[in-house]
Design a protein around this ligand. Structure first.
Ligand code: ADP
Ligand code: MG
Length: 365
């Protein structure tokens, strides 16, 4: 493995651009504490996916991040990055291969934006031309003008810009894993939404393995390919895709955590293209013709319902890529979708409401 280590100073990283992360029966008990902060945590994040760790305050989210990059020691179990135990690695070297982004950003205030982003490449001994090129590339990636921004100090940036520079700094040495601990927690809701969208676009390009911590279930649903829900005592309550967690919460704790409006939340994840629409019989092919409501097929069902409700329940014409009417969405179609979901949800039965298991709805999945 020594050859891989030496390759860092100039060549590519020891890992591909993203590596699988596996936690195997990980526990953490802080010295002097009676109860473990993390209890027998096992989960695998496939390379290139975003895993969101979510749970109430004190459920061990930050502890998990610190265990992964060995800022604190594991009490038992193992963590593998790219199939190799992090316990075998030199902690300093490991941390250079893991991008870390935190809520307060932690930019060095007396260093310029360019110097901040260059931190890890400097430590790795990259040539200065290569560092400058990388800094410019990253500033462009996060939509900041390199020449305008590289010599500014963190205090001369907005909160959102600082957060983006924090992400760029974490990405600098092209790490196979990014840890992001409540990265947008301190940002106002509007800018937060923008940063989330921007990060998702960035992730499309860089395809890192990401562990993203939040206590906000809506952020988890939006950002995660998979969501790990922790409960008190650092116990994993459920690890699944957002859709599965919303449709089949594993137990009452998860159902409570995702909220009573999980049906609506699921509508936000479903696009019109995924629905069985009504035949557009007799409608003019050109939707613009008579001013009727129309939406593109990649609109979320939630947004479509919102539009229909403001229009007194009028149906919506769903348009394909060419603007032709593909089908008709009515509130009845949405109702059908929601009742399928209710029928398939075990937690609904557990809380006393009548489970309607219909064979037809099972087959529809
Ligand atoms: P979260 O990030 O989910 O809010 P943390 O991982 O920070 O939770 O903390 C999990 C639990 O471990 C909490 O009960 C917290 O008080 C405890 N804890 C965190 N850090 C330490 C520490 N250094 N020493 C002792 N207990 C700690
Ligand atoms: Mg925390």
């Amino acid at each position: 493995m020594k050859t891989a280590d030496t390759a860092h100073s100039e060549g590519p990283s020891a890992f591909a651009q993203a590596a699988e992360l596996e936690l195997r029966g990980v526990s953490k008990r802080y010295p002097g504490e009676p109860e473990p902060a993390i209890h027998d945590l096992s989960l695998t994040v496939p390379a290139g996916e975003v895993c969101v760790l979510v749970g109430p305050s004190g459920s061990g989210k930050t502890t998990t991040m610190r265990l992964i990059n060995r800022m604190i020691s594991i009490s038992s179990g193992d963590i593998l990055l790219g199939g190799r135990s992090v316990l075998e690695r030199d902690p300093k070297e490991l941390r250079r291969e893991i991008g870390y982004v935190i809520q307060q950003v932690g930019l060095f205030p007396h260093q310029t934006v360019g110097e901040n982003i260059a931190t890890v490449p400097q430590l790795l001994g990259w040539h200065k031309d290569r560092i400058r090129a990388r800094v410019h590339e990253l500033l462009e990636l996060i939509d900041l003008d390199p020449l305008q921004m590289e010599n500014r100090y963190p205090a001369q940036l907005s909160g959102g810009q600082r957060q983006r520079v924090g992400v760029a700094r974490a990405l600098a040495a092209d790490p196979p894993l990014m840890l992001m601990d409540e990265p947008f927690g301190a940002i106002d809701p509007i800018n937060r939404g923008r940063l989330q969208d921007e990060f998702l676009r960035l992730q499309e390009k860089v395809k890192k393995t990401v562990v993203f911590v939040t206590h906000d279930i809506d952020e988890a649903i939006k950002m995660g390919d998979r969501i790990a829900i922790l409960r008190d005592g650092g116990v994993l309550a459920q690890y699944d895709t957002p859709r599965e967690i919303l449709t089949h919460p594993a137990d009452e704790f998860v159902a409570q955590f995702v909220g009573a409006d999980r049906g609506l939340k699921r509508l936000a994840l479903t696009t019109l293209a995924e629905l069985e629409l009504l035949e557009p019989d007799g409608l003019p092919a050109d939707a613009e013709a008579d001013g009727a409501l129309s939406l593109p097929r990649d609109t979320s069902v939630r947004d479509a319902v919102s539009l229909m409700l403001t229009a007194n329940g009028e149906p919506v014409r769903v348009l394909d890529g060419e603007g032709h009417v593909e089908g008709l969405l009515t509130l009845a179609v949405v109702e059908h979708l929601l009742s399928d979901e209710a029928a398939a949800s075990p937690a609904m039965a557990a809380d006393g409401s009548s489970p309607r298991i219909e064979p037809s709805s099972q087959g529809a999945r």
